[in-house]
Structure formats: structure tokens, C-alpha cells
Design a protein around this ligand. Structure first.
Ligand SMILES: O=c1ccn([C@@H]2O[C@H](COP(=O)(O)OP(=O)(O)O[C@H]3OC[C@H](O)[C@H](O)[C@H]3O)[C@@H](O)[C@H]2O)c(=O)[nH]1
Ligand SMILES: [Mn+2]
Length: 372
């Protein structure tokens, strides 16, 4: 089994469950180092299957390591995974949820997600001009006629966003059952959701399973945001790691399950500013669990409203030319968030503080290499 970059990539797994899912991944993951971020009760013992090389961090470890900055790492939300990004010493990160398993391609071959993500990260991105044959660097593809030769070199790739067979990453209103939807409408009134949410017949899809395998990888165009899901995600820590903060979610926060979305919006505007790319598409994982849409809606509810203002904020912001590295961009972005979103809710000022504390924590654990 191929294990490319085994010494340059860490696998980060947030968990409140057990890690038996690793048995199915063993052929692909065993050569790699795992960073397990145990959420919830730190006294609970998490069993890691034999034979894996790993480090495990619980809440007590996060408090011990980060001290007065630990508050910026979420508790009781998968957002805690970003602590693993911070403590890693490797160039690449792959993060996966513990209810994601090995998917099969149309030929029935098990998919080696790391092999595909690494191919995505090691080949250039093309955000400035869309290639209609998708990723031109894949076997059997190329740039199509009319694609400017001056743009064919592409730019470095910072993130590789994989997808999911079976349970798609839908939001709660889309995932809810009809009866649940009726109950929610009754509980919260007929105007419970922003006008932008289509009528329920277009939404409630509790039984919808993604069975469509699309054999494509594409670059997200410059200036376009995308809903980055943390379930099956790889990135280059050197190019974008310092912006992969998954925000303030979970216990004590007014919002949850917008952790990866927040990181996706922040990283995309910074990638566009710094001239690095984001890809989405292959590889697929098999997502096995649908979390409870009722619980999810309670966590997502404010986000469903707020994102109608957050998205235009990110679409219209410009980072200054003096921000020439990820940390500078992220600190500038934190102040833009404070000014530009603070009117929505005091949460955003606290989130801006969290973004600053994240960079302080990042610098604490990733000091610049001593100049040779
Ligand atoms: O409080 C928590 C809850 C969960 N986790 C770990 O996070 C991973 C995702 O959890 P789960 O599979 O239950 O949630 P989903 O609805 O499928 O996840 C999607 O939405 C939330 C996130 O954005 C996630 O990335 C999305 O895929 C899993 O490993 C849990 O063990 C946690 O650490 N703390
Ligand atoms: Mn899941």
C-alpha cells in the first residue's frame, strides 16, 4: 500500500467516540502519525487500536499547553480539531471525522484518500481561469483550447477538500424529516427562517444519500467562497495552517457546526490574497452517521441567519498589501471581523479576540525557525 509523504503528514482526528473506525483505515493510515483531539470529558478513556503511532490531547492537555489562550479552542464541538493543526510539526495535515470510512470508486476499488489529497496538494491550482476539463494536471486531462498559456503554470495548492458518499454534509433544515420540519415551524413560527430558505418541499431530505461519484477535482475560482467541510480535508500547514482556526463553537457559544465553514471563508480570502489555491472534489470518504438534525438545528440556527451577512462581508473585503504572510493576513482579518461583523452580535468581537489568541498560540507552538 502506498504511503506518500508518510514523514511529512499528520492525521488529525477530533473525537468524542471510540476510534474503532481506524481498523478500516489501517492499510492506508498505519504508516502515518495520528494526532487525536479528545473532546468532552477528559477523564473518559479513548481506546486507540493497537499498532498506530499517535499523540492524544484532551481538554486538560489543551489548558496545560495553551494556558491563558486555551479558551480560544472550542469545547464540545468538532472545532477542537484545530488544536491538532497547531501542535503538529509536519508540513501537511489531513483531518477526518471518526464516522467516516473507506469509500469505493465505481470499479469497487477502496479509495486511498491520502494518495489523492497529496496529489491534489502537490499539483498546481488554476483559480484565475476555469478549465472546462477540470483539473488539467490529472492523468488523461489537460488544458483545453483557449486556455491562456500564460496561466498554465498555475499556483501552489494550499487546501484539498474531499467529498462524501452516503450521508452528505447537509445542514439541519435540509436534513430534517418532514414531521420535524413541521414541528420546527410550529415551535418557531411560520417565519422561522430567513426568506432566502426555499420552501420545505425543496429541503427536507432525511433519506437522501449521496450515491453520485463524480470523478473530478477542480480549483475553486479566485474571488469565490465555498462551504469547506472538515470531514475529509487536507492542507499545507506552511501555506495556510495559521488561518485554519475553527472558531469559537460549542459549549458557551451561541453557535455550533459553523467551525469548518468559518475556517473555509477565512482561508479562502487569504489564499486569494496570497496567490495560493483551493481544490475540491476527489477523494471521497463514506460518511456513515447522520447526526441529530434537531440538535444540529439548535447549534446552526443563528448561523443560518448570520451567514446571510457574513458571506457578503467576506466577498467584499480586501486585505492590505502590507499583509504578506498568513499570520499578518489573519490578524488583519480579525480586526476586520471586529469592525465589520460586531454589529450583528457581540459574539463576533469575542471571535475576533479568539482569532488573535489563536495566532498567539500558533506562534507559541510554531516559533519561526531560528535564522541559520
Ligand atoms: O462535540 C463534539 C461533537 C463531535 N465531535 C467529533 O467531530 C466529528 C464530527 O462529528 P459528527 O460526525 O457527529 O458530526 P457531523 O454532523 O457528521 O459533522 C459535520 O458537522 C460538524 C463538523 O463541521 C464536522 O466536520 C462535519 O462533518 C466526529 O469525529 C466527532 O467525534 C467532537 O469532537 N466534539
Ligand atoms: Mn459525521
Amino acid at each position: 500500500m502506498s504511503a506518500p509523504l508518510a514523514d511529512q503528514l499528520d492525521i488529525v482526528i477530533p473525537t468524542i467516540r471510540n476510534l474503532d473506525f481506524l481498523e478500516e483505515w489501517r492499510p492506508f493510515f498505519q504508516p502515518y502519525h495520528l494526532i487525536i483531539v479528545q473532546d468532552g470529558d477528559p477523564t473518559k478513556k479513548i481506546h486507540v487500536p493497537e499498532g498506530f503511532d499517535y499523540e492524544l490531547y484532551n481538554r486538560n492537555d489543551i489548558e496545560r499547553i495553551l494556558g491563558d489562550k486555551a479558551w480560544a479552542i472550542s469545547f464540545k464541538d468538532s472545532a477542537c480539531r484545530c488544536f491538532g493543526f497547531m501542535v503538529s510539526k509536519k508540513k501537511y495535515i489531513y483531518t477526518i471525522d471518526d464516522d467516516c470510512f473507506v469509500a469505493k470508486d465505481p470499479s469497487g476499488k477502496p479509495i486511498n484518500v491520502l494518495e489523492q489529497h497529496i496529489k491534489n496538494l502537490l499539483t498546481p491550482s488554476t483559480p484565475f481561469f476555469f478549465n472546462t476539463l477540470y483539473d488539467p494536471y490529472r492523468e488523461g486531462a489537460d488544458f483545453v483550447r483557449g486556455y491562456p498559456f500564460s496561466l498554465r503554470e498555475g499556483i501552489p495548492t494550499a487546501t484539498s477538500h474531499g467529498l462524501w458518499m452516503n450521508i452528505p454534509d447537509y445542514d439541519a433544515p435540509t436534513q430534517a424529516r418532514m414531521d420535524e420540519w413541521d414541528c420546527l415551524q410550529t415551535c418557531w413560527g411560520p417565519h422561522a427562517f430567513p426568506h432566502s430558505i426555499p420552501a420545505r418541499q425543496h429541503m427536507v431530505k432525511p433519506r437522501e444519500r449521496n450515491q453520485r461519484y463524480v470523478d473530478a477535482v477542480m480549483t475553486v475560482p479566485k474571488g469565490t467562497l465555498y462551504p469547506m467541510c472538515g470531514m475529509n480535508l487536507a492542507f499545507d500547514r506552511d501555506l495556510i495552517g495559521a488561518a485554519m482556526y475553527f472558531g469559537l463553537m460549542g459549549e458557551g457559544q451561541p453557535i455550533g457546526r459553523y467551525d469548518d465553514m468559518w475556517a473555509g471563508w477565512c482561508t479562502k480570502v487569504i489564499c486569494d490574497h496570497l496567490g495560493v489555491g483551493c481544490k475540491t472534489g476527489l477523494p471521497y470518504v463514506w460518511h456513515s452517521k447522520a447526526s441529530n438534525p434537531f440538535v444540529n438545528l439548535r447549534k446552526e440556527y443563528k448561523g443560518i441567519f448570520w451567514q446571510e451577512e457574513i458571506i457578503p462581508f467576506f466577498q467584499n473585503l480586501t486585505l492590505s498589501k502590507t499583509s504578506t504572510n498568513v499570520e499578518q493576513c489573519y490578524l488583519e482579518l480579525a480586526e476586520l471581523v471586529r469592525k465589520g461583523l460586531g454589529h450583528i452580535d457581540p459574539y463576533f468581537s469575542k471571535l475576533a479576540d479568539g482569532m488573535v489568541a489563536w495566532i498567539e498560540g500558533w506562534r507559541l507552538l510554531n516559533p519561526p525557525a531560528a535564522s541559520a
